[in-house]
Write a protein of this length. Structure first.
Length: 124
């Protein structure tokens, strides 16, 4: 995982092409993680994301005709990024749990086969 202050392997052009998909929440988990790693370490791309995010949120407010709804859009973006990070963390946890379950199943299957072979007298 890339820490803040380090550049990720994604280039700026790729990150910028993913901004709208981020805003629409259509990035796959691995794409989302790499995208967030990049924009959190690249001020230029973060600014690009922030601009598009603000335009999207203002448009949403106009579409929803929310009267008097003035939001701190920068804070809203930070909350959205945190929510995306929690989503990534949850998905990784589920993948890990699924892997453990598969290993347990395989172990049980192997134990069952060994038991059957002992019962049949093949293993002595």
């Amino acid at each position: 995982m890339v820490r803040k202050g380090q550049m990720s392997e994604m280039d700026c052009r790729t990150a910028e092409s993913m901004v709208n998909r981020y805003i629409d929440h259509t990035l796959k988990v691995d794409e989302l993680e790499e995208f967030l790693d990049h924009v959190e370490s690249c001020p230029s791309c973060y600014d690009e994301l922030e601009t598009y995010f603000i335009v999207h949120e203002v448009t949403q407010q106009l579409d929803d005709q929310a009267e008097g709804a003035v939001l701190d859009f920068k804070k809203l973006l930070a909350l959205d990024i945190r929510k995306s990070r929690r989503y990534i963390h949850k998905k990784h946890g589920l993948q890990f749990a699924a892997g453990i379950l598969v290993l347990l199943f395989i172990g049980a299957l192997v134990a069952f086969v060994v038991f059957i072979l002992f019962e049949l007298g093949i293993f002595i």
